[in-house]
Design a binder for this molecule. Structure first.
Ligand code: GLN
Length: 304
């Protein structure tokens, strides 16, 4: 497969969408990002790396971090994790409060904010220094020792996180978080503030694409069966209330974030990460989704 040529073609074909969508400005620090950035990086199963555009520039991964935190929680809790968080698509926005109230504090899945907060609570009660452990884990996954949080982004989000605070309070009311509301919010928002490039994200996601390799990174281990299940949750819940649309247009397990990034995998073939900050109304990158739709169409490689 000539991925290099395909990525160059994709770069051209997404240009008509360059001005569509809007940068996430509800997080004040994210509103400052240059909306015209675009990068894509693909890691093939044979180890070759292909990229186009701003693929080495780091950006705020936001909700993509929910994949890393879920992997850590699953590694310590195993199947018992699913007693506290579901694995069904939510069909609602990532920060919706309504469903959480109706379902009495059990979030639909770990990839909406409420679910990721329960996961953050699990990390707080399972690790001595969960923020450090998450950094070590992500650094090991992508092979970059200088991955960091952007504390300024985390702080700026906390100052306006009224809805996320309401979600955390509702979880606490229903006794689905053990730690304090503030502590859970802090770790959740810190994880969201992780900064990675497309190149680093694609490398990190290769661990979920390659079922032949052992999953053991910085002391976090998953079985093959657990990786399969993580991929299933990415497929059904990775794009909030647009999971069906992403599955229809792209056909890959993946995860998006409001920083404009999307990471996805084609099992035993490739992992890919794309970044373009302008988002559609569901909070997914407009050009990113288009680029991945082109990728699976041009390569004819998806899970379907
Ligand atoms: N930090 C963001 C929030 O909680 C993450 C949301 C996202 O990327 N979808 O609103």
């Amino acid at each position: 497969m000539n991925y290099k040529t395909i990525l160059e073609e994709i770069y051209k074909s997404v240009q008509p969408f360059a001005a569509k969508g809007k940068v996430a400005d509800y997080i004040p620090e994210l509103a400052k990002v240059n909306p015209d950035r675009f990068g894509i990086c693909l890691n093939a199963i044979d180890g070759a790396v292909y990229s186009v555009g701003d693929s080495n520039e780091r950006f705020s991964v936001q909700s993509i971090s929910k994949v890393f935190t879920l992997a850590m929680a699953l590694s310590v809790k195993g199947e018992s994790l699913w007693a506290r968080v579901g694995k069904e698509p939510s069909g609602t926005a990532f920060n919706s409060l309504v469903q959480l109230e109706v379902e009495r504090g059990i979030p639909r899945n770990p990839f909406i904010n409420a679910g990721a907060m329960v996961v953050a609570d699990i990390l707080l009660t399972s690790f001595d220094n969960p923020a450090e452990r998450l950094l070590d884990f992500v650094r090991a996954l992508c092979g970059s020792s200088d991955i960091r949080y952007n504390e300024q982004v985390a702080r700026s989000e906390r100052e306006t996180a009224y809805l996320n605070a309401a979600i955390a309070n509702l979880l606490k009311y229903h006794k689905n978080i053990e730690c304090g509301v503030e502590e859970v919010l802090r770790l959740y928002l810190l994880a969201c503030s992780l900064e990675m490039s497309c190149r680093e994200l694609a490398k990190a996601f290769m661990a979920f694409a390659n079922h032949r390799e052992e999953f053991r990174y910085a002391g976090i281990e998953l079985t093959r069966s657990q990786i399969k299940r993580m991929n299933a949750v990415m497929q059904t819940c990775g794009f909030y209330d647009e999971a069906g649309e992403f599955s229809y247009l792209v056909g890959l397990p993946g995860k998006s974030g409001v920083g404009g990034g999307i990471a996805a995998i084609c099992p035993m073939r490739y992992s890919v990460a794309v970044w373009s900050p302008r988002l559609n109304s569901k909070g997914n990158s407009v050009m990113g989704m288009k680029a991945l739709e082109e990728l699976t169409t041009m390569t004819n490689e998806s899970i379907f």
